[in-house]
Design a protein around this ligand. Structure first.
Ligand code: KMH
Ligand code: ZN
Length: 310
């Protein structure tokens, strides 16, 4: 029997959904972001998916200077692949969203494969008091948000970043996004093997049921054949269960406080590293090997950590 490829763990450290009130563990100062990212890598994450935050109040930031405050520290302390988000937050244009990737030329960055509702407004009802003034409106108003990723936007990101030789984490929140990606490959925007993040449980995207994971995987097999690698992200309480199922099915996994604040349903995680440690143990208990950063680089065809600009 052919040996199974090792499982890549991505850890998404802070994101743009959760706010400081929701968990004291969510990092937002550069020190905390760097410390948690390094600990996640030491625990077994070979890819670190990074957003920035305003250091004073934890607001979501796409300011490249805020990334500059932690990227070199993470690079010096770990061999992990650094993947910069181009998702931004509720108010940013696509040009603003790619500014960090343009400046830092990372090995990877996210690329969202379709426009959609993307809401977390139900979370606003769970808190009576908020740590910072911006949080409540940010969360409550996400029900007005259209996450814009038109074909032209996707094309502009691909052509603007092409000279940087960046591999994308193609974020697919529903089955139609797989068809969008296939179309983009057919017109020459992306080269195989593409790396697809199947995303479940975002309000506006496909739900977090195992049936949906099987459906997404089957559709991707049909559309991409051997030309893709895949990973699974379950939002909120679905995170660990879906990651476990994905690992069992031969896929890669994404955990991190960006996507879920929990270590188990209803229990807050203490850190990103705690989630990585848990999924690592599960993967190893299933008899699989966890990928090192260099194995991840090989599997995804990355340019190498010495070719980034930070
Ligand atoms: N938090 C994920 C569900 C991005 O950064 O481009 C979405 C995400 C998007 O990671
Ligand atoms: Zn993200």
């Amino acid at each position: 029997m052919a040996k199974r490829a090792p499982t890549i763990i991505t850890c998404a450290i802070t994101g743009a959904i959760h706010t400081p009130t929701m968990s004291a563990a969510l990092p937002f100062t550069p020190d905390d972001i760097a410390r948690q990212a390094i600990a996640a890598a030491e625990a077994g994450a070979s890819i670190l998916h990074m957003h920035a935050r305003r250091p004073d109040d934890g607001g979501v930031s796409i300011n490249p200077d805020h990334f500059a405050a932690f990227l070199p520290r993470i690079k010096q302390a770990t061999a992990a692949v650094i993947n910069l988000s181009t998702g931004g937050s509720l108010t940013n244009t696509i040009e603003e969203r790619i500014a960090p990737a343009l400046r830092f030329s990372p090995e990877m960055c996210s690329l969202n494969m379709g426009s959609m509702n993307f809401s977390f407004h139900p979370l606003a009802k769970r808190y009576d008091t908020w740590r910072f003034g911006w949080e409540k409106d940010y969360v409550a108003n996400s029900d007005t948000y259209i996450f814009r990723n038109t074909f032209r936007d996707i094309g502009n990101v691909a052509s603007t970043l092409a000279p940087h030789d960046i591999r994308f984490e193609h974020e697919c929140y529903d089955v139609g996004h797989l068809y969008n990606l296939r179309f983009c490959m057919d017109i020459g925007l992306f080269k195989a093997p593409v790396f697809i993040q199947f995303i479940f449980g975002i309000l506006g995207g496909i739900g977090p049921e195992v049936d949906n994971l099987v459906f997404m995987k089957r559709t991707a097999d049909r559309l991409f054949g051997e030309d893709y690698r895949w990973s699974v992200l379950g939002a909120g309480g679905a995170q660990m269960g879906l990651a476990t199922t994905a690992a069992e099915m031969g896929g890669n996994v994404r955990v991190g406080l960006e996507d879920s604040l929990q270590i188990a349903r209803g229990r807050l995680a203490e850190s990103n590293a705690q989630q990585v440690t848990k999924i690592r143990r599960i993967i190893e208990d299933l008899g699989c090997e966890v990928a090192t950063p260099d194995q991840a680089r090989d599997m995804l065809g990355l340019k190498g950590g010495d070719r980034v600009a930070f």
